[in-house]
Design a protein around this ligand. Sequence first.
Ligand SMILES: [Zn+2]
Length: 124
Amino acid sequence: MHELSLCANLIEQLEQLAVEAAAAKVGRIELKIGVLSGVEPQLMAAAFGMAQVGTIAENAALFIEVTQPVIHCHDCDHEGEVSPQNLLCPHCGSESTELVAGHELILARVELLGSWPDARVNPL
Ligand SMILES: [Zn+2]
């Protein structure tokens, strides 16, 4: 499952952030997972539970926010949430839409502990 390799990358990123902030451990992380990202939030949480063992994020609490698809319409300039099954413009019915959210996997927030003062970083 590709969630495992995603988690390995995530842990690497967390270790790098912790080193930069001279933090001892990771307290809490928040991920945003788009419903169209191909990443299964439950699998991601399970994979993280395995990947975090023995790392700086060993006791980190993982929070996942699932984001809905948002499209931008090239014909009428409408931008808004749509159903994952229907990416047509809900305003004018155009197929000429661009997915602006809902396909992402983002590390939205990381809480680092053990540095002084405790650091909160938003790596976006
Ligand atoms: Zn439109």
